[in-house]
Design a protein around this ligand. Structure first.
Ligand SMILES: Cc1cc2nc3c(=O)[nH]c(=O)nc-3n(C[C@H](O)[C@H](O)[C@H](O)COP(=O)(O)OP(=O)(O)OC[C@H]3O[C@@H](n4cnc5c(N)ncnc54)[C@H](O)[C@@H]3O)c2cc1C
Length: 309
């Protein structure tokens, strides 16, 4: 009588999109090749080809399933057993790596990598701030060839570049759920540190950014060349209005009006920005109070870049 594992193997053999990566621990221990495998738990690999199939798998295994983007964050966490799941859903069969025009928006597929953003003429022309952000991501070509802005958004690490830039651009996060498409404004997508609006059975399909003429400046403070950001600031001018969005200083991005402060003196800007930061975020990179103290200077640098054009 085949057990559950036997049934899963039989299903995997029937379906080309499902491969069983499960290896019993006692067999892995005795097999020199298997001993090198770093994810030690039993894991079933799914490669769906439609959004509906994807949401169905995510719903069926809710609580025991993870979505695989570029894997640059997820796979190391699984290797370290910080994330354990019985199922992994690879999105590469869905064709979500395209960057296209969709009416008044530029649509960035959830699997578009940082290098896709850097190589896209459409992004350079219509959303240069996204290009500017991607050019400053550390980790070299290996990282930029695999990692996606969508994966970074879904991870929701406060100390990263992507969330605040998406909020500054007033992007919309297009999720696929069992009920169909669900659109969430980026300002509501980032709920808390490492927590987003992505619910059970849902995954990110694309990010839509409005096509409109904006001028923007971006600056980030890092510990050293290779480090992740301590504070980021995007300043965007559209029409007669300038808005600042601060990232990494708080658990979720802070966006606020900057129009009447563009030419204000240093101390006035710094005090105003500090007030807008409110409760700061601390992690191993930097203490919250330090982040709060330097946020005014980071905004002023972004304003300088905006004004230099
Ligand atoms: C060496 C190095 C340097 C880095 N430097 C920077 C830096 O300078 N600035 C910065 O901001 N970040 C930096 N990062 C982080 C980097 O931006 C993220 O690792 C990357 O963007 C995550 O994308 P991914 O596609 O690899 O996601 P994955 O690792 O595949 O996934 C990350 C998380 O998001 C979920 N997920 C992924 N895609 C989806 C989806 N479509 N729908 C739902 N959930 C999804 C996964 O389940 C997982 O929880 C760096 C990382 C490394 C390893």
């Amino acid at each position: 009588m085949p057990g559950e594992r036997g049934q899963r193997r039989a299903a995997a053999a029937r379906c080309p999109h499902h491969q069983d990566a499960a290896v019993p621990a006692h067999r892995a221990a005795g097999d020199p090749l298997r001993r090198k495998a770093v994810i030690r738990t039993s894991l079933r690999y799914h490669r769906p080809v439609t959004p509906e199939e994807t949401s169905a798998i995510l719903t069926e295994h809710s609580g025991d399933v993870v979505v695989l983007g570029g894997g640059t964050m997820l796979l190391p966490m699984m290797n370290r057993a910080e994330v354990n799941a019985g199922h992994i859903v690879d999105l590469r069969g869905l064709g979500l790596d395209k960057i296209t025009v969709a009416g008044d928006n530029v649509r960035v597929g959830a699997m578009a990598t940082y290098n896709d953003l850097l190589c896209s003429d459409l992004i350079a022309r219509e959303v240069p701030l996204l290009r500017r952000m991607a050019s400053g991501i550390t980790g070299g070509n290996q990282l930029r060839n695999l990692a996606t802005a969508g994966g970074s958004a879904c991870y929701g690490n406060p100390s990263s570049d992507v969330p605040a830039v998406l909020v500054a651009l007033e992007a919309t996060m297009c999720l696929h759920s069992p009920a169909g498409e669900r659109r969430v404004p980026s300002a509501e997508f980032f709920v808390d540190a490492f927590r987003t609006a992505v619910g059970a059975g849902e995954f990110l399909m694309s990010i839509e950014v409005p096509r409109r003429v904006i001028a923007a400046g971006y600056h980030k403070l890092k510990l050293c060349e290779g480090s992740w950001p301590i504070v980021t600031a995007a300043v965007v001018r559209h029409g007669g209005r300038a808005m600042a969005t601060i990232g990494a200083a708080t658990v979720t991005p802070r966006r606020f009006e900057l129009t009447s402060y563009l030419d204000a003196d240093k101390d006035t800007v710094d005090e105003y920005v500090r007030d807008n930061v409110g409760d700061p975020w601390s992690d191993v990179l930097a203490d919250g109070n330090y982040r709060k103290d330097v946020s005014g200077a980071v905004v002023r640098r972004a304003v300088a870049e905006l004004q230099e054009g």
